[in-house]
Design a protein around this ligand. Structure first.
Ligand code: SAH
Length: 209
């Protein structure tokens, strides 16, 4: 498959899966159009990389379904210039989408090999506003806190308290919260006295470990 064919598949993905579901955040749509999703999966999966589903990326992990990436990114409500924390680098695809829209992306992954592979692709594309760390994302990144946005791309029973502490007032945290089979996609907005909670619908992620 050549680049023109991938461009065509990406257009179709945006039209049918994203706009087709009523999603109309133009900044997110532009980011989805800019990022070559096929580079974030194994060579054998490239032809399927614009499909309406998650795909395996090795080590039992997955690259999220495109629509879920759009939904979660939109929920962060980025205007540009923000510091964003991502828990679970995985393939690096979500990191790229965030790097298109925010000032700086701080991404944490527990499996070194996955982050190395992600970084190779992200460096190849040329992002210089992504910062990498290996470790337990539940601890967040205290040295770089606070963040205007935090995104957890693995399922949690409850949001780890250190992450809530690392949000600025007015900042948004988006995470799949629930059991291993199904979660609710939640957006928590940090307010002077506590957190405002919104439910964005059901989703299914691999668990945070
Ligand atoms: N954002 C990714 C999706 C990643 S899947 C993408 O766009 O491809 C979830 C990722 O979270 C996996 O790579 C998994 O290894 C990682 N993960 C699981 N538990 C973690 C933890 N405690 N800290 C950091 N990363 C974790």
């Amino acid at each position: 498959m050549d680049e023109l064919e991938f461009d065509r598949l990406r257009d179709k993905m945006i039209r049918e899966q994203i706009r087709g579901r009523g999603f109309d955040n133009e900044k997110v749509l532009q980011a989805l159009d800019n990022v070559p999703r096929h580079l974030f999966v194994g060579e054998a999966d490239r032809g399927r990389s614009y499909g309406d589903y998650p795909l395996p990326i090795g080590k039992g992990q997955t690259i999220s379904q495109p629509y879920i990436v759009a939904l979660m990114t939109g929920a962060l409500d980025l205007a540009g210039g923000e510091k964003v924390l991502e828990v679970g680098t995985g393939s690096g695809y979500q990191s790229a989408i965030l790097a298109e829209m925010a000032g700086a992306v701080f991404t944490i992954e527990r499996i070194p090999r996955l982050q190395e592979k992600a970084r190779e692709v992200l460096d190849y594309i040329g992002y210089d506003n992504i910062f990498y760390k290996i470790g337990d994302g539940a601890d967040g990144w205290p040295e770089e806190a606070p963040f205007e946005g935090i995104i957890i791309t693995a399922a949690v029973r409850e949001v780890p308290p250190p992450l809530l502490e690392q949000l600025v007032t007015g900042g948004r945290l988006v995470a799949p919260v629930g059991g291993p089979r199904e979660q609710e996609l939640l957006r928590l907005t940090s307010r002077e006295h506590g957190f405002e909670k919104e439910n964005l619908g059901k989703c299914r992620f691999v668990p945070l470990k």
